[in-house]
Write a protein that binds this ligand. Structure first.
Ligand code: FPP
Length: 268
């Protein structure tokens, strides 16, 4: 109850503005701590308007800004956005180049406001292949927001869930050979610590836009017990109300983690 009150208070006393309240009066659970988003449908959004695909990505960046504000206002602690996957390098060169410029654009236009609102920016993914200008922008955003204590805005950039697991396994093998790591000490906590989300809670809720119903190599380990929420809405069209609807639905879901719901276990 206290958690819900806190969420609602933040909702109405948002640093970014005010939002209408949730539809449901009797939420079963607090807002999700961590929401992960697969921002899909930028290309189709542009195509529908006779625009180049990159126009869809630019509109998608505006949606990132909107949803960051509403997530913060609702009291979400971590918002992870899938901005570029390890597979997205297969796209046409021009599109990749444009996507690699977006972090700089985002920082130029948004960083000051993010700092004012105590948002901490993080990135996960492999930095080796990123162009130097993208990496500079990423590092600047991370550095300038590193002491902020509010919402964590975590961009997955050149990220792949399988690659992340491969890297963790390589670290285990290295530690076994060089540092005397004993295989039985590798448990779930060890793996968590060696993933790119180290230190973050696992996502409670995954949102995917554009009507596609798949994971696309996103956070394969971390999403094991997340609630999934899909919408036909294309990412650039995704509005505050859609995010609020996803949170509202999540808050009324019954998460059992393989056990029983509280009322079911009383009957046993
Ligand atoms: C998928 O839609 C979207 C992407 C691969 C890129 C998402 C990136 C953004 C929304 C901008 C991120 C912003 C920052 C600051 C890094 P798609 O192109 O596959 O859409 P389609 O399926 O309709 O073709």
């Amino acid at each position: 109850m206290f958690m819900m009150f806190r969420a609602l208070r933040k909702w109405f006393v948002s640093p970014f503005g005010s939002f209408s309240g949730p539809k449901t009066e009797t939420l079963q659970r607090p807002v999700p701590k961590h929401v992960a988003v697969i921002m899909d449908g930028n290309g189709r959004w542009a195509q529908k308007r006779g625009l180049p695909r990159i126009a869809g990505h630019r509109a998608g960046m505006k949606a990132v800004k909107r949803i960051t504000k509403v997530a913060d206002a609702l009291g979400v602690q971590v918002l992870t956005m899938y901005a570029f996957s390890t597979e997205n390098w297969k796209r046409p060169k021009d599109e990749v180049a444009f996507l690699m410029k977006l972090p700089e654009e985002f920082i130029v236009s948004e960083l000051d406001e993010l700092i004012q609102n105590n948002v901490q920016v993080r990135f996960m993914g492999e930095t080796d292949q990123l162009p130097a200008h993208t990496l500079r922008a990423v590092e600047e955003a991370v550095k300038r927001t590193s002491t902020n204590t509010g919402l964590i805005l975590n961009f997955a950039l050149n990220y792949g869930g399988r690659r992340e697991l491969v890297l963790a396994m390589q670290q285990a093998a290295h530690a076994a050979i060089h540092d005397g790591l004993v295989p039985t000490t590798i448990d779930e906590a060890w793996i968590d610590e060696h993933l790119q989300t180290s230190g973050l809670v696992h996502p409670d809720l995954l949102i995917r836009t554009s009507g596609e119903i798949r994971l696309s190599n996103f956070m394969l380990w971390q999403l094991a017990y997340a609630e999934f929420w899909f919408t036909e809405q294309l990412w650039p069209d995704f509005r505050d109300q859609d995010f609020i609807q996803a949170i509202d639905d999540y808050c009324n879901r019954n998460r059992r983690y393989g056990g029983l719901a509280i009322n079911e276990s009383k009957d046993a």
